[in-house]
Each structure stands twice: as structure tokens, then as C-alpha cells.
Design a protein around this ligand. Sequence first.
Ligand code: PRP
Ligand code: MN
Ligand code: MG
Length: 192
Amino acid sequence: MHQDISEILFSEEHIKAKVQELGKQITEDFQGKHLLLLGTLKGAVPFIADLARAIDMPLELDYMAISSYGNSTQSSGIVRILKDLEGPIDNKHILIIEDIIDSGLTLSYLVDVIRRRNPLSLSICTLLYKERKRMKEVPVNYIGFTIPDKFVVGYGLDYAQYYRNLPYVGILKPSVYEGESEPEQQHASPAE
Ligand code: PRP
Ligand code: MN
Ligand code: MG
């Protein structure tokens, strides 16, 4: 286990089993429909890559880059679109794929943007769903795991862009990000 991780919440095998389960359910639910999986860059990349291969039907993949955390453990509250979808979606069923729903700000912003483009339907799938009071509530159709209100990394989730390549999801030791707003602490790299 990485030295900056205090606890592994979900192992690679555990995640794999859950992804298979979600893929099976989604395959049943969207059979015969024109489905577009909309992945959010960058956090959802490992999840959407594995989930897409667990869905046994034709589908499209596209991505939007939206970001609200920057290099902090707190959402900035300002969501920015850094990359948009390639084309119109009014003839498609959209399934948003998120790695985590935390404050709910990213998702509620994304849902507003997508609804205005009139997809045939809009559903949401997240690997992780944090148990906390949300700034914005959005109904979620598929949830992999519900997690405690701790800062987690791995399997796509980052702190200051690191840890995305860990094959498991784990709790980041608070000592890694304590004093994150103090410039003299900023050079302490997560790899140290
Ligand atoms: C993270 C995470 C989700 C979002 C969830 O993305 O990947 O997309 O925040 O948080 P929220 O519910 O509080 O809005 P981030 O902005 O860090 O960008 P990233 O995916 O590139 O890491
Ligand atoms: Mn994200
Ligand atoms: Mg992030």
C-alpha cells in the first residue's frame, strides 16, 4: 500500500466485481437504445474504461473535461468546461459517468448543461457516492459504493493531480494535505 494512504476502502478486485455488476445492469436497462457514455475528465477515466467493457451492447464514448477542485481538497464551487462533447446529443440517451459525487456541484452543473441540449434521456452513474450534506442534490441512477466523508484517492481520483494511478480507492492521510493553502508547504510533493 502507498505510504500516503491510511486505509484501502476498495481493492482492485472489489472494484472489478462492482463494475461488472453495474455493466450488467446498464446493459439490461439500455438494450436497443442509442447510448452515449459521457465521461468526466479526468477522474472518471479508469472507471469509464472498465465500465464500457462491462457493457455488452453498442455504445458511444465521449468526454467532457470539467473541473472544480484545482489542486485543493475542497471544491472551488466554480465549475469550468475545459473540453466539450464533439456533437449534438438530441438523438441519444446520455449516461453520465462520474468517479465521485461529493459536494454535488460538478454534477448539478453538468446536468444543467446537458439538459439544455435535449437528450432523449439523461441518467447518472457514479462509482463513489459520499455520505454528506450536499450543496446540490441530483438524483443518481447507478451508485457503485457509498463512502464516508473522507478525502479519497486512487482509481482516477487525485489530490493535486497525483494518486490517479493507484489501482484501489483509499483514504488519503490528512498529513499529506494539511496546510494546503500555506505556500511554504506547497513544495512537499505527495511522492515524498
Ligand atoms: C472531482 C471528481 C468529480 C468531482 C466531484 O473532479 O472527479 O468530478 O470532483 O466533486 P463535487 O461533487 O464536490 O463537485 P475534479 O474537479 O477534481 O477534476 P478531475 O476529475 O480532473 O480531478
Ligand atoms: Mn472529476
Ligand atoms: Mg480532482
